[in-house]
Design a protein around this ligand. Sequence first.
Ligand code: CTP
Length: 400
Amino acid sequence: MLNSKKILLGITGSIAAYKSVFIVRLLVIAGAEVRVVMTPAAKEFVSSLTLTTLSRNKVLYEIADEDTWSNHVMLGRWADVMLIAPLSCNSLAKMANGICDNLLLATYLSATCPVVVAPAMDEDMWRHPATTRNIKTLEGFGHSVISVGKGELASGLYGEGRMAEPENIVTYLSEKYFRSNDLRGKKVLITAGPTYEAIDPVRFIGNYSSGKMGVAIAEAFYERGADVHMVCGPVSIDVCYKGIEITRITSANEMNGFVEALFPSTDITVMAAAVADYTPKLVAKEKIKKKEDELHLELIKTKDILKSLGALKNDNQFLVGFALETENEHENAKKKLLFKNADLIVLNSLRDASAGFGKDTNKVTMFDKAGHVFEFEAKSKKLVAIDIVDLIIKKLNEKE
Ligand code: CTP
């Protein structure tokens, strides 16, 4: 989403300025073009050499040096968004009052793009009525204020006033300003993670799925503008966008219940979850005691959710399944595509060192109904998710 976007980062004098280094890094990794402008005070807290190196652009802080004048007007016009993080109490007060005594403030006053600020200060300063008034003034100008967090402050005290974390700031920018419209109005259902099948009140049968692939797919769809609902087994990872609706389940049967209820109103469904194929026939009410040398569990098949959706789906719905294979990968994946009546199957092979449960990378091959095979290089799950979404969009466009 941030690819090729122009972000102007303003840094003011605050201990939290060290976090700006991470903001620059995250923006650059996401493909954004970043220019940094600092107040003179900010230079006391973070090195312009570090920021110049990471942003790949010379950091600016003087309105004019010996023989050049920094064109603050063009800087403000160049940017898609101006982010001021951290915003100190002093710079906040100056912005609220139109004071223009450094390059950052001159740039701010000339900026024609949206302005976002991430304040950082001690709790007592944050709570002062003058600060509250100044924040309200900035909001009144139409600027966005990223809420401060609670935690340990530079003073050593604990309280409100910490600048939001770099990841959250970057997510905020992506979500608010750069979500695309490719899938606007489309309803997408994603399943992710493992399912746990209870044996007794303290034990279950599960699998190693981390949910990372499913979460990355949900986020990639959301970034393309879709309304995303995720039905998710027990996983520990977080979803970065608050706009993604999440239903948390434990067992295959529970997952089936929610998926079946949601499916009729969805346009695209991706079954990325590692659903248990078998579940204990009976769940012991009390903890099973270790009396015998051998313990036999009777298991029964769970419902194949993907297959049942394949039988229900209409011509306007697009259904994607995964195939996790350890042998005869292509053959088995193609069989699953037909048997379950999916439109696309994403194969991951556990034979590949870059693929598998818990890893941050994956290597997939996708199969469509027309017999096409799409092979992809090993890459991060985030980039794999983008490939999957791109191919689905391509297939939907071909249908139209
Ligand atoms: N799946 C499902 N319901 C199940 C089992 C699997 O919806 N009870 C879905 C998975 O979410 C995945 C696809 O079916 O999208 C294939 O899962 P996989 O584990 O590769 O294959 P299975 O159908 O379970 O067959 P097998 O384990 O024999 O390979």
